[in-house]
Write a protein that binds this ligand. Structure first.
Ligand code: CP
Ligand code: NVA
Length: 308
């Protein structure tokens, strides 16, 4: 049995804040939490949640994870706190880190998350920004490991917008040595800094492929993954994006090109008949709800490592 190891970096703002070894370790700890082989009590620790965007899974999985660890959470809804009235991040961060032992923050700009961490005396976790969703990616790779045992020879194809979820899948995929293919409409490719960073980690082994052709990207792949076409904050682009993403729906026709034992993942929430058909979403190759469950085991692992 593996015990949580303190992370070298105090914060988890990006997938790049952990090493490959730390990521493998978090996956193993999460597995031990899931199998109930690991029981850790972080009595009296408090997690502060600041969510500038909606959330079901991330918020609740953090709350339940903290409760299972014997700690508590406070949900700092921006509309009922002074955050929504414009109190500067640097003031909020200094105050809240006096009360709480760790903060999980969901916001728009990565630079705002970095500002929180700069002024917080306690660890800060990225609970989703426009740039990354690293807690999600760890749960995704946990789900993949449950299915395929090791990552060698696993090809993960993400079909959709090359933003936060795709970026974290790319970076964690590079840390784990997984071949990642991204298929997105022209103009929706992942951030070039993320691509360059991943290629550096992969040591230029050509394991990251970006294309505008979903069918080619799915060919022989083991994991087919998608996310909403219009992310939170992009509600006014919905009509335009629905048009531009036409042809990027995961349906049975597209899946016919995947490996015969392929599985389907979706970070949720899902919009049926947009990025995924109901048939595929509900099919026996879907591991979407295992993936959602794993969010909670990963949050427990992450919190145990950060609060050591
Ligand atoms: N996948 C995910 O982060 O879901 P929520 O937006 O519900 O937290
Ligand atoms: N890309 C999506 C992920 C939701 C979990 C968004 O940012 O809204």
């Amino acid at each position: 049995m593996l015990n949580p190891v303190k992370l070298a970096n105090k914060n988890f703002l990006s997938s790049l804040d952990i090493s490959s070894e730390e990521l493998f370790n978090i996956l193993e700890i999460a597995k031990n939490f899931k199998s109930k082989d690991l029981k850790i009590k972080l009595n009296d620790k408090v997690l502060g949640l600041i969510f500038d965007k909606s959330s079901t899974r991330t918020r609740v999985s953090f709350q339940v994870a903290m409760s299972r660890l014997g700690g508590t959470t406070v949900d700092l809804n921006p509309t009922t706190s002074q955050i929504g009235r414009g109190e500067p991040i640097r003031d909020t961060a200094r105050v809240l880190s006096k009360y709480c032992d760790v903060l999980a923050i969901r916001t728009f700009k990565q630079s705002d998350l970095e500002e929180y961490s700069k002024w917080s005396s306690k660890p800060v976790i990225n609970a989703l920004t426009d740039l990354e969703h690293p807690c999600q990616a760890i749960a995704d790779y946990m789900t993949i490991k449950e299915e395929f045992v090791d990552f060698r020879n696993v090809v993960l194809t993400f079909i959709g917008d090359g933003n936060n979820v795709a970026n974290s899948l790319i970076l964690c995929g590079a840390l784990l040595g997984v071949e990642v293919r991204i298929a997105c409409p022209k103009g929706y490719e992942p951030n070039s800094l993320i691509i360059n960073k991943a290629n550096e980690i992969y040591k230029n082994k050509n394991l990251l492929k970006i294309t505008n052709e979903p069918q080619a990207a799915v060919s022989g792949a083991n994991v087919i993954y998608t996310d909403v076409w219009s992310s939170m904050g992009e509600e006014n682009q919905k009509e335009q994006k629905d048009k531009e993403f036409k042809g990027f729906t995961i349906d049975s026709e597209l899946l016919a090109h995947a490996d015969k034992d392929a599985i389907v993942l979706h970070c949720l929430p899902a919009y049926r008949s947009k990025e995924i058909t109901d048939e595929v979403f509900e099919s026996k190759i879907s591991r979407i709800f295992e993936q959602a469950e794993n969010r909670m085991h990963v949050q427990q692992a992450l919190l145990s490592c950060l609060l050591q």
